[in-house]
Design a protein around this ligand. Sequence first.
Ligand SMILES: Cc1cc2nc3c(=O)[nH]c(=O)nc-3n(C[C@H](O)[C@H](O)[C@H](O)COP(=O)(O)O)c2cc1C
Length: 191
Amino acid sequence: MLKGKKILLGVTGSIAAYKIPFLVRLLVKEGAEVKVILTPAARDFVTPLTLSTLSGQPVFTDFFEKNDGTWHSHVELGNWADVYVIAPVSATTMGKMVNGIADNLLIATYLAAKCSVFFAPAMDLDMFKHPSTSDNIDKLNNFGNIIIEPEEGELASGLYGAGRMQEPEKIIDILIDFFKKKRTLKTNKSS
Ligand SMILES: Cc1cc2nc3c(=O)[nH]c(=O)nc-3n(C[C@H](O)[C@H](O)[C@H](O)COP(=O)(O)O)c2cc1C
């Protein structure tokens, strides 16, 4: 269903990053090409080795390789993608996306991307309920990004409430639906 689709996956420093290897596996099974960008904090939650093995592609974190100066172009990555899915997106990264603080590859690519951007918030109940989070989510929606609403459930803190990142299967359904609608729109326009 996602055959040939180029999915750029941005991962931030949230405990929900443990779900991302499953998401990559499912995307690849659906026929998608997947490239992953990790924030430096995300590397503490999920390893580049796991994600490069599952995606069959190198995983990016830094703007350039310190050993040989190879540059990872955020513009090229942004242009490559059919969609950019930032999942999980932390409170910190949402704040940076809203304010254009491009101090890592994930955010610089977000600012350069021409494709649709999905963002899947994941955080504890109280962080999620904070007015600063709601305000950032509203702004990101108003910029034209597409939220993948977190669900209610048991959180890593042991609390129960909203803030739990959607399950990989649900994210796949959302993406399939998105590309289906895009195709229908294209067909209707050309007929
Ligand atoms: C165990 C642990 C779990 C965390 N989970 C989350 C989370 O789910 N959501 C969040 O916004 N921040 C979470 N944080 C805090 C972020 O890792 C921290 O704000 C970090 O600076 C995010 O950076 P990034 O957005 O650049 O990846 C967690 C921190 C720790 C130590």
